[in-house]
Design a protein around this ligand. Structure first.
Ligand code: NAD
Ligand code: TYD
Length: 352
């Protein structure tokens, strides 16, 4: 029997690299292709440990190039897609919304078109999995949780572009019968996250005794999930999720930013052998993000009850592991902050 051929998009990014690693290690009988444009957020150094495995291949390419995507599907005969490639940083979306429309909306529709064109005779046997965010639901008040039926109310250019792509995925299921499944996940943290997002940025700044820029009053709330737990959720949704369904993924782990930052400061003081309280002195309140969503929190009951998924790590343990990883992987962090990681592709792949 032919091997199951799986396309993972955005596999050189933060979450994508954890998903690629999980699938490559767990499914030696799959043929796994990682398609990534290697934007500033894509880093093949994230995948050094699995890059020579026989069931893994990397292809550099752009999901916004419709002809390229059509040709890729024609030559590769994929059985399934897990689509993570995206522009993902809210602050960047505020500076340049159009880039988010092009990658997140047009890129997703290119993939949907290619899947439909190449799978049309066998639609129910193929699977298109779209990985999305809880930010599509907008912002919560002090109480309540996002469920799968919460109306969409995106408020940043990033979340608006992700919401739009989610709608296209569901429309292709409703209109053409594409076998889709979606998940909407809360904020992830862990190794390999690009240090412009809150946790890795603050770890790096504490390390270098630089100010910690807290937006607004610091009382914004996020629901944090260990990135490897997101990868296990993606595994169960890809294999067991019902056609056309959406699953919310979260850690039941809400933190106000300022409380999380204090835990991070305390952990860093301990790990670096600094006097308790020294990292907190770096906290600096700065101008708020425009249109800053106040609170996100996920109700992950459906994926738990239907598919048996649950997060594995408590937050304090996850934060300690994350700090340990960033401190032990100085070279990764230095390459990312200096831009040197972008040469890795040429060194590693151009001479092949
Ligand atoms: P990331 O920014 O770290 O990685 C995105 C990857 O996509 C990068 O490797 C980048 O090179 C690639 N990419 C970007 N544009 C591309 C293009 N045009 N063609 C091909 N590849 C391209 O993002 P992440 O944090 O790993 O998020 C991955 C996915 O998960 C996104 O779809 C995001 O919306 C979603 N998500 C993220 C979080 C989070 O907390 N980070 C939470 C929920 C959902
Ligand atoms: P971020 O990691 O950018 O994720 P998202 O905006 O997608 O939730 O930010 C997490 C929270 O931290 C968010 O409320 C914004 C805040 N934040 C700061 O206070 N300072 C910073 O420098 C950054 C990057 C984020």
């Amino acid at each position: 029997m032919a091997k199951h051929k799986l396309l993972i998009t955005g596999g050189a990014g933060f979450i994508g690299s954890h998903v690629v690693r999980l699938f490559v290690n767990a499914y030696p009988d799959y043929d796994i292709v990682n398609l990534d444009k290697l934007t500033y957020a894509g880093n093949l150094e994230n995948l050094k440990d699995i890059e020579n495995k026989p069931n893994y291949r990397f292809i550099k390419g752009d999901i916004t190039d419709g002809d390229f995507i059509q040709n890729l599907f024609a030559s590769e005969h994929f059985d399934g897609v897990i689509h993570l490639a995206a522009e993902s940083h809210v602050d960047r979306s505020i500076s340049n919304p159009l880039a988010f429309v092009v990658t997140n909306v047009v890129g997703t529709v290119n993939l949907l078109n290619a899947a439909l064109a190449h799978w049309k005779d066998d639609l129910s046997q193929k699977r298109f999995y779209h990985v999305s965010t809880d930010e599509v639901y907008g912002s919560l008040g002090d109480t309540g949780l996002f469920t799968e039926t919460t109306p969409y109310d995106p408020k940043s250019p990033y979340s608006a572009s992700k919401a739009s792509s989610d709608h296209f995925v569901r429309a292709y299921h409703n209109t053409y019968g594409l076998n889709v499944v979606l998940s909407n996940c809360s904020n992830n943290y862990g190794p390999h996250q690009f240090p412009e997002k809150l946790i890795p940025l603050f770890i790096n700044n504490i390390k270098h005794n630089k100010p910690l820029p807290v937006y607004g009053d610091g009382k914004y709330t996020r629901d944090w999930l260990w990135v490897e737990d997101h990868a296990t959720a993606i595994d169960v949704v890809y294999h067991k999720g019902r056609i056309g369904e959406t699953y919310n993924v979260g850690g039941f782990n809400e933190w106000q930013n300022i409380d999380l930052i204090k835990v991070l400061c305390k952990t860093m003081d301990e790990k670096l052998g600094r006097e308790t309280g020294s990292s907190e002195k770096l906290i600096t309140y700065v101008k708020d993000r425009a249109g800053h969503d106040r609170r996100y929190a996920i109700d992950a009951t459906k994926i738990n009850q239907e598919l048996g998924w649950a997060p594995s790590l408590q937050f304090e343990e996850g934060i300690a592991k994350t700090v340990d990883w960033y401190l032990a992987n100085e070279e990764w962090l230095d390459h990312v902050t200096s831009g040197a990681y972008q040469q890795y592709y040429e060194q590693q792949y151009d001479q092949r």
